[in-house]
Design a protein around this ligand. Structure first.
Ligand SMILES: Nc1ncnc2c1ncn2[C@@H]1O[C@H](COP(=O)(O)OP(=O)(O)OP(=O)(O)O)[C@@H](O)[C@H]1O
Ligand SMILES: [Mg+2]
Length: 413
């Protein structure tokens, strides 16, 4: 049997499945051979929260079945993205005494266990446990203390939590579709696998995911995941602004945005006009393309401005030499990079899946809107390559996943 994984991104506008086979040089540098991609429109989820289980189930069936047809294989387990305002991150310390002559893996596991033993709210569960640094006898900045000598071992971990009920509803929708959840993965973390390089992560980089209903910020510095933030405005708000501003339907606004939209007004020819869709029997209307660009520019300037303020608030201004990587469906708008350079005053590039991918179907996922689904498949491949799970073949509980996540995150972040 082939080692297959399936990443499943259940977003506000679409459900997307990516089936990949484990490839590359294992276990050090795993790659994903893309075998199948499937997409389905959906309205069952908003900002990461299931609003309609049946509709979500329908979109999962449609997206995964399409990916399975393309791949020519069936999958059983799927790796599912988690995002939204119900996700929280905290930093938590842990300390233990070491009695053996040198620090062993068991001591490391113990100190992480102490750090993750925080009091959670009733509807809260741990999603990821990411060690930031270890401290041995007050000496900081240690990434792997195993084999060192010391009597006191400390750790700072970055804990992300999610709402249990949100997770349960998503799991239910997926199980009704006939698949099991192999693991839940934080979407920005997944997207970073597909779009952010190891060098960028080391230098310091902000990954900004512009979706439909929300915008996510993930800051990486010194190879580690440092900060996570979600803002409830993104592409769908741009579409609504266009619908209001130009008196067109939401569907027409969406089409106008994708066809003529430009996020940075100076790029537009001020004389150019575009034709607006008009109800049957009415004269066609024309507007300056500049007016459409102005609407988009204003909204995205506000969204990116909020992200810039958050970067400032958490003290990362001047600490992100690799700048900003923009991804997600809204990052497909023309002029978005130019606008973001203006807002952030930092280097900005588009995050398009491509790294660590192989096979002749790569072009099916080479768009910013596939970053999360592709990243979920890559994440699953890292997991599987480490022998943590035989994805697609066996159920893995969240707790089991956490154990292995902890192990590889120590290496990679
Ligand atoms: N070519 C394009 N030009 C402009 N906007 C686009 C383009 N393609 C997609 N979008 C916009 O991207 C958004 C969808 O992005 P994405 O697929 O990342 O979101 P999602 O995962 O469904 O939602 P969310 O992550 O917010 O739950 C929509 O608002 C859509 O209008
Ligand atoms: Mg999304």
């Amino acid at each position: 049997m082939r080692d297959l994984v399936c990443g499943l991104d259940v977003g506000t506008t679409k459900t997307c499945a990516v089936i990949a086979e484990i490839a590359g040089d294992l276990p050090r540098s795993p790659e994903a051979r893309i075998l199948g991609v499937g997409r389905a429109r959906t309205s069952g989820v908003r900002r990461g929260v299931v609003r309609d289980i049946d509709e979500t189930t329908r979109s999962v069936v449609e997206a995964v079945a399409a990916a399975e047809r393309m791949a020519g294989f069936k999958v059983e387990g799927v790796w599912v993205g988690i995002a939204g305002e119900h996700v929280h991150a905290i930093t938590s310390p842990g300390v233990v005494a070491v009695t053996s002559p040198e620090i062993r893996q068991a001591d490391v596991d113990r100190v992480i266990e102490v750090a993750r033993a925080v009091v959670l709210g009733p509807d809260s569960e741990i999603l990821h446990v990411i060690p930031q640094e270890f401290i041995v006898d007050r000496q900081r900045g240690i990434s792997d203390p195993v084999g060192m000598t010391g009597t006191r071992l400390e750790v700072d971990v970055f804990l992300t939590t999610m709402s249990s009920s949100v997770g349960q509803n998503l799991r239910r929708a997926i199980e009704r579709a006939g698949y099991h959840v192999a693991g839940f993965v934080l979407e920005p973390l997944a997207a970073s696998y597909a779009t952010v390089t190891e060098d960028e992560r080391e230098l310091g980089v902000a990954l900004v995911e512009l979706g439909a209903s929300s915008t996510g910020l993930a800051i990486f510095h010194d190879e580690k995941f440092r900060h996570l933030w979600t803002f409830g405005f993104a592409g769908a708000h741009v579409t609504s602004d266009i619908a209001m501003g130009l008196s067109v339907t939401q569907a027409d606004a969406e089409r106008l945005k994708e066809r003529y939209g430009i996020a940075y007004r100076p790029l537009v020819d001020p004389q150019e006009t575009i034709e607006l869709p008009s109800p049957a029997g009415q004269e066609p209307r024309h507007v300056l393309r500049d007016i459409l660009a102005d609407i988009i520019h204003q909204r995205l300037d506000e969204v990116l401005g909020a992200v810039a303020r958050e970067i400032e608030r958490v003290g990362y201004v001047g600490k992100l030499p690799a700048g900003v990587v923009l991804t997600g469906g809204t990052a497909q708008l023309a002029g978005i990079v130019e606008l973001a350079r203006d807002v952030f005053g930092m280097p900005v590039r588009l995050g398009v899946p491509g790294q660590h991918l192989t096979g002749n179907l790569i072009d099916a996922v080479e768009q910013p809107r596939f970053s999360t689904a592709t990243g979920l498949a890559l994440y699953a491949i890292h997991e599987t390559a480490r022998g943590a799970a035989q994805s697609g073949a066996r159920a893995v509980t969240v707790d089991r996943v956490l154990g292995s996540v902890r192990r590889w995150l120590t290496d990679f972040f």
